[in-house]
Write a protein that binds this ligand. Structure first.
Ligand SMILES: C[S@@+](CC[C@H](N)C(=O)[O-])C[C@H]1O[C@@H](n2cnc3c(N)ncnc32)[C@H](O)[C@@H]1O
Length: 191
């Protein structure tokens, strides 16, 4: 289950790589239509499907999913509400994964550019500690935390080139470099 699936890239990848049957949720009808059209075009519509739905109120039975994830979509919602809903739909032993930017509490408060990113993207970047706490409170036990910051830096540097909103992106790439902002993958088991 892909929570905040956007145009469906991760869903398609999961099916192509692992043969998974994937349901995606997005708030955007335009994105869901795009994802379903692509699934039709590539002949995988029987396995991959997107719908417009709030991921804080998932249309699935308790314990129905073997795996679920958020790919850059957890910063739009309250983490406790989100993790409790993932925990509900996952079977015991199921796997939850989030890939997200987060601020690093080792630096105290979020740096001022985090507020600018929040305003720009109309989101609320959480701290790494908030992720781990919300998981722990909802029977999701982290198995791996992979720091992808260095791997994502070239992308942010590319976005700092003149035609991509340079002021904002420059600040973001320097926060990536000084460690106050991290891009992480956290994989957790539903216990
Ligand atoms: C930055 S996009 C990421 C899209 C996709 N996961 C990707 O990696 O390309 C954020 C996505 O989160 C979705 N989203 C935000 N809040 C949501 C909510 N409460 N329920 C469902 N989807 C939500 C948006 O509709 C959008 O598809």
């Amino acid at each position: 289950m892909d929570a905040g699936c956007g145009r469906g890239g991760s869903m398609m990848m999961a099916h192509q790589r692992f043969g998974s049957r994937v349901e995606g949720l997005t708030l955007s009808a335009k994105q869901a239509d795009f994802a379903n059209r692509r699934a039709e075009e590539t002949g995988i519509a029987a396995h991959v499907h997107a719908r417009v739905c709030n991921m804080l109120d998932m249309p699935f039975e308790t314990g129905q999913a073997a795996g679920s994830w958020n790919n850059e979509s957890s910063m739009y919602v309250d983490l406790d509400d989100l993790m409790s809903e993932h925990s509900r739909i996952l079977e015991v032993g199921g796997r939850y994964v989030t890939i997200t930017g987060c601020w690093n509490p080792a630096y105290g408060q979020p740096s001022k550019w985090v507020s600018q990113i929040n305003a720009h993207f109309e989101c609320n970047i959480h701290s790494r500690r908030e992720y781990l706490r919300a998981m722990a409170d909802n029977r999701l036990v982290p198995r791996a935390i992979v720091d992808l910051t260095a791997a994502t830096l070239p992308y942010w540097e590319l976005r700092a080139t003149p035609h991509w909103s340079p002021a904002l992106k420059k600040r973001s790439s320097s926060s990536y470099k000084d460690g106050s902002f991290q891009y992480v993958l956290i994989a957790a088991d539903r216990v």
